[in-house]
Design a protein around this ligand. Sequence first.
Ligand SMILES: NC(=O)c1ccc[n+]([C@@H]2O[C@H](COP(=O)([O-])OP(=O)(O)OC[C@H]3O[C@@H](n4cnc5c(N)ncnc54)[C@H](OP(=O)(O)O)[C@@H]3O)[C@@H](O)[C@H]2O)c1
Length: 250
Amino acid sequence: MRIIITGASSGLGEALALHYATNENRLVLIARREDRLATVAQRCRDRGSEVETIVADVNDFERMRVIGNYLGEQPIDRIILNAGVSVGHGGGVTPFEDFHRVFKTNFLSVHALLEPIIPKLIEQRFGEIVFISSLASLFSMPTSIAYSSSKRALNAYAEGLHYQLKPYGITIMTIMPGFIDSEMTQKNRFKMPFLLSTDKGIERITHAIERKKIRYAFPFRFSLMIRILTLLPQPLRDKIVHFLNFKKGA
Ligand SMILES: NC(=O)c1ccc[n+]([C@@H]2O[C@H](COP(=O)([O-])OP(=O)(O)OC[C@H]3O[C@@H](n4cnc5c(N)ncnc54)[C@H](OP(=O)(O)O)[C@@H]3O)[C@@H](O)[C@H]2O)c1
């Protein structure tokens, strides 16, 4: 399989690259940190995979379109849109610059890269697009408005794409993880409920991909709690969010 992974220099992207690093797969790994990407690529090659690295900032949209065109020159079996950032979980109004960066990285960059790829997938009549969203897309806390909004936008994008591309045999998957150990979560200064190790998180994600799950939210208990929360009457929701925020120290 030819598998493309964005944000492959650390965390989930790195672990996904290593998971798919077998002699049956050809990997294309994308991220900004050249040294980190080279290390991940070498570890994948040691496992028998052919690996190409592309050092790029996904926020450089013109470059993303060029890369998308280049990637589409050969058949693509799976593309995992994983690159993402979060901004602090403090209180106060999110500065516009942070909001802009989060939206560009987590959402807009995705279409900059996919715009030239989608027609190629339609032509080849197979392929999978996997979006790494978040449980935060299902419920927006006052301390993560930019992040939740960007991931919810990603869900909407994936939903539309599913209906658009299903007739051509293309599978769109949206994975919504809870907290998983990574550089991103290591910055969090609050207790993260149901925190999973990277290995456990990757096991769930790759299992969902193999089963071609269109939408997959996990861990189950955390995702169930969030779903129930969204169904409660607003005054009760307000009280619960106020309490959770208080516990977070925000
Ligand atoms: N960990 C969790 O609990 C969790 C939960 C739900 C969803 N997610 C999502 O999972 C994805 C991976 O996050 P992670 O937890 O693995 O965090 P991470 O270790 O910080 O990894 C983020 C990856 O994205 C890349 N990236 C960030 N900005 C980029 C940019 N402008 N251009 C190119 N690459 C960029 C980083 O590479 P460079 O810095 O080298 O560019 C890095 O490889 C994100 O989309 C995140 O929102 C994570």
